[in-house]
Ligand binder design. Sequence first.
Ligand code: NAP
Length: 472
Amino acid sequence: MTGQERSEEKSECVSMSPMMEADPALPESERVCVFGTGDLGHSLGLRLLQAGYGVVFGSRQPHSSSRLPHGAQVLGHAAAAQSAHLIFIAVQREHYDFLVPLANQLKGKVLVDLSNNLRKNQYPEANAEYLQSLVPGAEVVKGFNTLSAWSLQNGPSDANRQVYICGESAEAKQAVIAVATKLGFSALDRGSISVARELEDFPLQLFPQWRLPLRIAIGLSAAFFFYLLIRDIIYAYVTQGKDISFRIMVSLANKVCPIVSLIMLSLCYLPGVLASFLQLYRGTKYRRFPDWLDRWMLCRKQLGLLALGFAFLHVLYTLIIPIRYFVRFKVTERTVSVIRENRTTEFDTTTAWRSDSYLSLGILGFGLYVLLGITSLPSVINSLSWREFSFVQSKLGHLTLLLCTAHTYLYGWNRFLSSSTYKWYTPPGYMLCLVLPSVVLLLKLLLITPCVDRTITRIRQGWERGGRSEEP
Ligand code: NAP
């Protein structure tokens, strides 16, 4: 550094705390530089200071930067670049050309590109590759871009503990990993700089795993809503001239929710059953499943959670039944007519059994549903062994499906055989929704019969029919 540069640096240095200044005695690995004093730069600087690093900001206006964390130092870009080996670039990509005149000062430095874009494929090349082309003498590492300024200030929690990095130089990546670790994050090296675009697309993802399950849920809800609207409301209006449209709000909703819930729970377990039959048919586990089955299996958790959501709504709608005006009116009307006509009604033990069993199976099914939901949380999954997880998700999952299916069969009871049930020759919604879970449960029953189970277990342990690992 020339004498002139040194004196320039002194005059540029404007904000320094006597307690936590970027101590020149600190080894270079303990000092970091952040270009940009905006939202992310500010939050990152704060966390770095809290972790014990000396932080030097590089800013366009070092004299008027007012948003700096206490203890940080702020200099012009050129002077700040001299103070540390590792420089975080917390500036929008559009402004990266300010780095070109700094090429000499940035030679050999590690530049961490934190930038994100507003949409996918916004630029022909990844921001990190662009940065590398502007400053070829530096080692660019892409990283930390999946964290928000807010989460950096709040410290790592379970959900955002991981940071992804990529870059060409192993040494540069190691330096970034060391900082990430000291800040409490676990860094995952995703490879070379060519992965940068993928990392830049991460924050732009919009529920990718939820899209298919959400479409299925919306499609099923709409289909069953219109089906039941025609069968219940329009049928009553056309055939009896009765306007019962008020039932749309609670009765219809309370039919659609359990129907969609049961179908989605079946859809959650159907791909596993299909995969087992495919392995049985092929006699090996070493051939890839078709893409559609792979995709379906990957969204089972989301299907199950949406099914739980619909079951929860069904429970809420059911709990409010006694306070509905229509129900209170009907009960009062019936009681008054019994008193007026001086009638007595017989207690029907069979109906009592049916009603209690129906409710009890529903409650047990919902209890297990909630348990499945809880065990799908990442923090709970992490605390379970593989055997515990597969016991809950597979064995208890199929038991949940069995209980909810039995709950629906009991709801139908003897109405399956009554012709008045089939309005306009169409089956009621609860009958339609029983088809899929019944098929899944029958197929599962076949799979757990001892001879099939034995074969499928051998296949999963690597045995191949007529293949390399077949036993003599
Ligand atoms: P910001 O609040 O707009 O701050 C950007 C900073 O860049 C400014 O404060 C300014 O600092 C500097 N700057 C502005 N124009 C400049 C120019 N022409 N030349 C040189 N420096 C200039 O942006 P941010 O939210 O902190 O985001 C910074 C980068 O981090 C972006 O690439 C963004 O995609 C990425 N990122 C942000 C977040 C987040 O939560 N905010 C999360 C992940 C990634 P000085 O005035 O001190 O020079």
